[in-house]
Design a protein around this ligand. Structure first.
Ligand code: ADP
Length: 544
């Protein structure tokens, strides 16, 4: 017997419709390239999303066509999120920080038909354009007065497209399994791979992320996503904010500590999200000026491991609850969030630290398992470390038009192989120790590069740290610690060694420490260990 409930598909257009109807006067604030502030409401954004949807149809884009965007977190980008997906076209957000060769590959691989770009990317796209085989129209996201001179063929003006349309449109009712948006992983090796989300997966992810123990977005919040809308949909914030009716602040391209902290204070931001490198800058500015976190209640840190020293700095120095989270492009991206349980109210401080500094426990609907090298399940006892596999309704079941990558990505039971290595404790808290390719294998045992890096950045002279394994005749591999000093600090290697001595097992201690001015990062702000391994390929450890 079937239940007698209405059959209403889960559609992205419902999110903006809900926000426009019940949070119509809630603000969306966007900082423009010239740092001026643009301000409007969900009702106005929804109307303009319909106008741009109609303009896209007029330009000849059919349902299922991919429409690319090269844009910052801005109000026009927000309109495209809904205008493109709402009418069954596919929003392809492109990370402008990728190498030109990767950009050319993904735009052609996605076969983008229209490319929307902000003025700051005109130079980049002009160089790519001759090699882009499928793009029919370039639209520059600006009013006529701010259109830059360009050699792009027949470049169109975003605001003129909007002006030519009325906001009357009924969003089509489509199958909830319809593809809605496409994100490519940065792919530090090989070609980038496309995760193709659906309306259903996106709406379920938005529901999941609004849960109190996940991101907990609510209508009482003012949310500022620092994580870019070109990287895994800014962790879904453009959707979850509309679902919840939260005020949304889009910071544009200026993401340094001062720019962010100023916006936090001015707009009374309560919740912000970003990768650890972003928070380094904001914390430094806040420490120097005392500004920046007056209204902020929660900061979500993910994308790379959040060092315990960073979580502590937010808590103790700024009274901000730092929340550690883990996920990936293939998971839309939310997998786990480090929220405590009722029993932790009376737990000992070291238990609380363990919970808060872990990558967290899974969201409802995200299932986890760890396996050994032969694919056998390992216990969730907090000790066994293995390969992390996941499944759930917002996890990919293949890569877009990439049979080879799809064939490799899943185990025999159909779970997605994350490529991360971790332990899971009996309460479900995950502790990521490494990417499997970054694990340091020493004397048959594994050393966690993440644990060593976290310990090193706890030292007051160290701004950033990376650990890589170098070949060793006796132990196979041994760790090399590479550190960047804080400005005006000098790193004393023996002092770092003795600092680490009571924080990690003795045989984990690095065989050497190298001081550098900066570390290489990927397009999404993670340590680029492939580059470090190349840079230090000829380095001889003193113990080797
Ligand atoms: P890319 O940077 O390749 O586009 P993602 O942003 O999807 O990919 O990165 C996902 C990966 O980032 C995860 O598999 C994991 O290795 C790493 N990661 C994300 N969050 C955390 C975290 N909190 N701690 C440690 N690693 C993390």
């Amino acid at each position: 017997m079937l239940g007698m409930m209405m059959d209403q598909p889960l559609l992205i257009s419902s999110l903006i419709e809900h926000a426009a109807r019940f949070h119509g006067d809630t603000e969306i604030v966007s900082r423009e390239a010239d740092r001026s502030i643009f301000r409007y409401t969900y009702a106005e954004a929804a109307a303009r999303a319909k106008q741009i949807a109609k303009a896209i149809a007029r330009l000849g884009a059919e349902p299922s066509d991919r429409i690319g965007t090269l844009a910052w977190n801005s109000h026009r980008h927000f309109e495209l999120y809904y205008g493109i997906s709402g009418t069954a076209r596919i929003l392809h957000t492109i990370n402008p920080r990728l190498f030109p060769e990767q950009l050319r590959y993904i735009i052609n691989h996605a076969a983008d038909r229209i490319l929307f770009l902000e003025p700051s990317f005109v130079g980049l796209v002009e160089k790519l354009a001759p090699a882009l085989t499928t793009v029919r129209h370039y639209v520059i996201m600006a009013p006529r007065a701010l259109m830059p001179p360009t050699s792009l063929p027949d470049a169109l003006c975003y605001e003129e497209l909007i002006e030519a349309e009325t906001p009357e449109l009924d969003w089509p009712i489509i199958d909830e399994q319809t593809a809605s948006s496409l994100c490519y992983t940065s792919g530090t090796t090989g070609n980038p791979k496309g995760a193709l989300y659906s309306h259903r997966s996106t709406v379920l992810h938005a529901f999941g992320s609004c849960a109190a123990d996940m991101l907990g977005v609510s209508a009482a919040d003012c949310v500022l996503p620092v994580v870019p809308m070109f990287h895994v949909n800014a962790w879904g914030i453009p959707y979850s904010s509309a679902l919840a009716g939260a005020k949304l602040v889009l910071p544009g391209q200026h993401l340094d500590g001062e720019s962010l902290c100023t916006l936090f204070d001015q707009e009374r931001v309560t919740l912000s999200l970003g990768v650890p490198t972003v928070w380094l800058g904001a914390l430094k500015y806040a420490e120097e000026t005392g500004k920046g976190f007056s209204t902020v209640k929660r900061i979500v840190i993910g994308g790379s491991a959040a060092p315990p020293s960073m979580i502590e700095a937010f808590d103790k120095k700024h009274g901000v609850h730092a929340v550690h989270a883990w996920g990936m492009t293939e998971m839309s991206p939310l997998g786990t969030v480090a929220a405590s349980k009722a029993k932790h109210a009376t737990a000992a401080p070291d238990v609380i630290t363990h919970v808060r500094c872990s990558q967290g426990r899974p969201s409802f609907m995200v299932d986890l398992k760890i396996t050994d090298a032969e694919g056998r399940r390992l216990p969730h006892d907090g000790v066994a470390v293995g390969n992390l596999h996941v499944r759930g309704p917002w996890v990919v079941r293949g890569y877009y038009n990439d049979a080879e990558a799809s064939a490799e990505a899943f185990d025999a039971e159909g779970w997605f192989k994350t490529g991360d290595v971790c332990a899971i404790d009996p309460d479900g808290y995950v502790r990521i120790t490494d990417r499997s390719k970054d694990v340091i294998k020493s004397g048959g045992e594994w050393i966690s590069s993440i644990d060593l890096e976290n310990a090193a950045v706890g030292h007051p002279d160290v701004a950033e740290a990376a650990v890589i394994g170098l070949p060793h005749p006796r132990w196979d591999e041994r760790p090399l610690l590479i550190v960047v000093p804080k400005p005006d600090h000098v790193v004393d290697k023996p002092a770092i060694m003795s600092f680490l001595a009571d924080k990690v097992a003795k045989w984990w201690l690095p065989d050497d420490i190298v001081v550098v001015d900066q570390l290489p990062h990927t397009a999404t702000g993670k340590l680029l260990k492939t580059q470090l391994r190349k840079d230090f390929a000829d380095y001889k450890l003193p113990t080797a």
